[in-house]
Design a protein around this ligand. Structure first.
Ligand code: NAG
Ligand code: NAG
Length: 328
């Protein structure tokens, strides 16, 4: 590549050189602009929504609790957990990842009820896995339902440097589907299909955010452990959003934080048109991201499963119709 011509051509070439330098790490990709689901819900402060989960001295709040740093050093990681359990909802955080060498470091934003249902637990995971090349964090998603032990991982590269700015990582979970979004772009949809219904998360869960040492597995299968010369590792959180039905074990009907208890059986806070199914644009956006940035899906890993999980065959991937409802 000729990078030193004159005049206008110089400017043009300079831009191409820069673009190529950037695209070599992140792919040349301008994400589509899609429905801003994160714009529909208020931002919460830490004290209104979360409390300490572990590593309290490694949790730092600022801006009256609208900004939280989670720190991993050689003594401890740290994490916070929602004050309530939720049955369906929209859960989101803007996260900026540690910018230095980060192999082995895991930053997670996830939901689980393992503490309440140890044998039939449900879980929805977003895990960001550090990398020795600083910018090349990997996004891993996973779903477990009703005690299933099958891993349903999908992994993605990001189309931006996640250590430079805050980016939104969101989970939409309702009766119809689970959608993982990055900056409001769906990267994965898990339909509540017949095929996956036994392993579809269907009990209230808490929301967690953590940073921890994943030396044993996170980067190149554990070949690159955390190097504490680069500690402290700081993950910053803001724009915390939770819109869900608060589960109260003494009440049969969950309390929706949006519609309130009066609405009775209509207790799903995220079952409006924009939540029940992806729009055409969202689906196109998701397809283009998956085509370019997905690096692993369990559905294409016959080495791991002698029989692929049933939802992996296309014909079973459709959403259950209302007439097929298996719960109330
Ligand atoms: C969840 O697991 C329990 C215990 O194995 C079982 O009794 C129950 O029917 C399962 N629920 C669904 C929806 O599959
Ligand atoms: C989910 O179901 C809808 C139809 O209900 C279908 O259009 C879509 O392709 C399905 N998504 C996946 C990931 O299978």
């Amino acid at each position: 590549m000729q990078c030193l011509p004159k005049g206008l051509i110089f400017v043009w070439s300079l831009i191409s050189c820069i673009t190529i330098a950037v695209s070599s790490t992140h792919g040349q990709y301008s994400p589509p602009s899609l429905t801003q689901l994160t714009g529909l819900f208020p931002h919460l402060t830490f004290n209104r929504s979360y409390s300490e989960f572990f590593g309290g001295s490694n949790i730092r709040q600022s801006d009256n609790g609208s900004h939280i740093d989670l720190i991993l050093n050689k003594f401890s990681g740290s994490g916070f957990v929602s004050q309530n359990n939720y049955y369906y909802g929209f859960f989101s955080a803007a996260i900026k990842l540690p910018s230095d060498y980060s192999a082995g470091v895991v930053v997670a934003f996830y939901m689980t009820n393992a503490n309440v249902f140890p044998h039939t637990h449900d879980e929805i995971d977003i895990e960001l896995l550090g990398h020795e090349k600083r910018k090349e964090w990997v996004l891993q998603t996973n779903v477990y339902g009703n005690g299933s032990t099958i891993g349903r991982e999908e992994k993605f590269y990001l189309w931006f440097d996640p250590t430079q700015q805050f980016h939104q990582y969101s989970i939409l979970w309702n009766y119809h589907h689970i959608v993982f979004l990055v900056d409001n772009i769906p990267v994965r949809e898990v339909n509540h299909s017949e095929a996956i219904s036994r392993a579809y998360p269907s009990k209230p869960m808490s929301v967690y955010s953590t940073i921890w040492d994943g030396s044993k597995w996170a980067t190149h299968g554990g070949k690159k452990p955390v190097n504490y010369m680069f500690a402290p590792f700081v993950a910053s959180f803001s724009e915390l959003e939770i819109e869900g039905c608060i589960w109260n074990p003494t009440k049969v009907i969950p309390l929706c934080s949006k519609s309130g208890p009066e609405t009775g059986s209509n207790s799903d806070p995220v079952d409006g048109e924009e939540f029940v199914r992806l729009s055409e644009q969202q689906r196109t956006g998701m397809d283009s991201v998956r085509e370019r940035f997905m690096l692993y899906t369990y559905c294409k890993d016959p080495g791991r499963y002698s029989v692929l999980p049933p939802e992996c065959s296309d014909k079973n991937m459709g959403d259950l119709q209302d007439g097929d409802r298996i719960d109330g």
